[in-house]
Every structure is written in C-alpha cells, then in structure tokens.
Design a protein around this ligand. Structure first.
Ligand code: SF4
Length: 99
C-alpha cells in the first residue's frame, strides 16, 4: 500500500490576502458589462478559490466574487447542483493540483 501525500494550500483567513483588499469595495459591485472589467483584479488573486467558494456556498447574488460575475456564478450553480460544498470541492481541487 502506498500513501499519497496531499498539500493543503487552503487559507481560511483569506480576505486580507485578496488582490482587492484596500480597493474601493464598490468597484466590485458594478452592474452589467462593467463586471467584466471589474473582475480583471481577480486574475492574479492568490485567494480566488476561497473567495469563489464563499460566494457560491452562501449564494451571494451580487457583485464580482472569485473572478466570476453574478451571472456566471448562477450558471455554474445551475450546472453543478450536485456540489453541496464548494469549499470542499475547490479545496480538494487545489490539493490535487499541488501533488
Ligand atoms: S477573487 Fe477577486 S473579488 Fe475575490 S478576493 Fe480576489 S480580487 Fe477580490
């Protein structure tokens, strides 16, 4: 039997590591097409997965979270109703990528 080591890179206290920390919070709560410009700050965010998981698990309706617009998040939730904990799913995904 061989053991597979996993690396847990999940950060629970993620907000202070966010790319948008210190930015005007309203910048991420724009409407419509402006959300696509607003989410560029997320592309290099080190806590994108944590932010997205929180928004999906809490069904946050408004604003850009985790690099996704509200419309994109709704579509993802419709596409994957089987996922009951996005935190668990995304955390597992990070661990498997780190191997
Ligand atoms: S993913 Fe985007 S909205 Fe979420 S913490 Fe990072 S920069 Fe902010």
């Amino acid at each position: 039997m061989s053991a597979v080591a996993t690396v847990d890179l999940w950060v629970d206290e993620w907000a202070r590591e966010a790319n948008c920390a210190g930015q005007d919070p309203e910048a991420l709560f724009v409407r419509g097409k402006a959300q696509h410009d607003a989410k560029t700050v997320c592309k290099t965010c080190p806590v994108l997965a944590q932010c997205l998981a929180e928004a999906l698990d809490s069904r946050t309706e408004f604003g850009v979270w985790g690099g996704m617009t509200e419309r994109e998040r709704r579509a993802l939730l419709r596409k994957r109703p089987d996922i009951t904990s996005w935190k668990s799913a995304l955390r597992a995904g990070m661990a498997s990528q780190a191997r």
